[in-house]
Design a protein around this ligand. Structure first.
Ligand SMILES: *Cc1c(COP(=O)(O)O)cnc(C)c1O
Length: 374
């Protein structure tokens, strides 16, 4: 059996023992957490304040807490996403309202967003926050969405877990909202072997986030607490790895974008298969995952035909994320929209996109795909 080609491998070929030992050595004296945060601030936008946390999920949870989202509040969330965007709404005992995507970026539809806000306001249930996602690295229609959030004075939380390094009109994803979140989980574009970050607009919010993420300890010689805290800070060791990975981020983005070009070339003459690409030059995706849409009426094969063929050849692929409103755990919550996200789930496939994908592996992928074409 040939070696398995995975969906999203981080490139660790240059993670030497030397790197490890340098980080271990520094642990006693170096505050990697604040250095990692400074690197992130410099990379994203120097005016932002970044808090390094133990996961992207805890970053979303803290963003909701800091936005004042409480029991019974409404939070609008993109349905086409990974569950971690929505679970923290439930942690706060708030009520998610899921909305559909538009066709161009596959992310939250701005027109639908405004319609639902107006409707919620007229029902006396003005949403407390909006969670927009840049899925698979593709920037959402973030200027339109951000204008709507401002117009109705609703907190905007930007889930950029998959989109570190992606930009819209040259501005980095994660810096448009009142809060942005990042993830450094094992499968993301760079990893700290688990970790996340909260991007704040100012230092006051950063300080509040650090306070809450470190068990909400009041300023006293003994342990004293006036509010409920969390244990959400990143460890110094993992921050050291995250900081080291910041140095290879741009290289990994270039590699992931090369994968996308490879798939564009591979499918360019195949009717009924569309590779996800940026709709205009305003969008720049890190192409964390390269995805395709298959129209079976035209192509003569469907997503499962292709997925199962690749599986036989020990190549991992995965259907696009199943929309939240179709998940059993969220079946009791409201959903607005048509079937854009649903059709993407039915016809869409994420292809191997690791930053360590080799040419011989690309050859195996194209051979496997060609078996389906005839
Ligand atoms: C990975 C991911 C998260 C959660 O990040 P963790 O660090 O795994 O908690 C949130 N949202 C999206 C869209 C993700 O892909």
């Amino acid at each position: 059996m040939k070696e398995k080609i995975q969906l999203s491998n981080s490139n660790f070929t240059n993670f030497s023992f030397e790197n490890y030992s340098r980080i271990f050595h520094g642990l006693k004296v170096i505050d990697f957490v604040s250095r990692f945060e400074t690197d992130l601030e410099e990379y994203l936008d120097k005016d932002k304040s970044v808090v390094a946390l133990n996961s992207g999920t805890s970053a979303i949870h803290l963003a909701l807490v800091l936005s004042g989202v409480k029991s019974g509040d409404t939070v609008i969330c993109q349905t086409a996403t990974f569950s971690a965007s929505a679970f923290p709404i439930i942690y706060q005992k708030a009520v998610p309202v899921f909305i559909d995507s538009e066709e161009e970026t596959s992310n939250m539809c701005p027109h639908l967003l405004e319609k639902i806000i107006v409707k919620q306001i007229s029902n006396g249930k003005k949403p407390k926050a909006i969670i927009v996602v840049h899925l698979y690295g593709m920037p959402a229609k973030i200027d339109e969405i951000s204008n709507i959030a401002k117009k109705y004075e609703i907190v905007l939380i930007e889930d950029a877990a998959e989109a570190l390094g992606s930009t819209y009109k040259g501005q980095k994803c994660g810096t448009f909202g009142d809060f942005g979140i990042l993830s450094f989980n094992k499968n993301k574009i760079i990893t700290a072997f688990g970790g996340g970050a909260l991007v704040c607009k100012n230092i006051e919010n950063k300080q509040k986030a650090i306070f809450l993420a470190s068990q909400a300890r009041d300023n006293a010689p003994h342990y004293q607490h006036s509010v409920v805290g969390y244990n959400y800070r990143i460890s110094n060791l993992l921050a050291g790895i995250g900081k080291w990975q910041m140095g290879v981020l741009d290289e990994y983005i270039a590699l992931r974008r090369m994968n996308n070009e490879f798939y564009q070339e591979l499918f360019k003459d195949i009717d009924g298969v569309t590779v996800f690409v940026e709709p205009t030059n305003n969008y720049y995706s890190n192409h964390w995952l390269s995805c395709i849409k298959i129209q079976e009426e035209i192509s003569g094969f469907n997503r499962e035909d292709l997925r199962l063929q690749m599986l036989k050849d020990n190549i991992e692929s995965r259907p696009l994320w199943k929309p939240m409103h179709l998940q059993p755990v969220f079946k009791d919550y409201d959903y607005h929209g048509g079937n854009v996200a649903e059709i993407l789930f039915k016809n869409g496939l994420c292809l191997p996109s690791g930053s360590d994908l080799r040419n011989d592996e690309r050859f195996r992928i194209s051979s496997s795909i060609k078996k389906i074409l005839k």
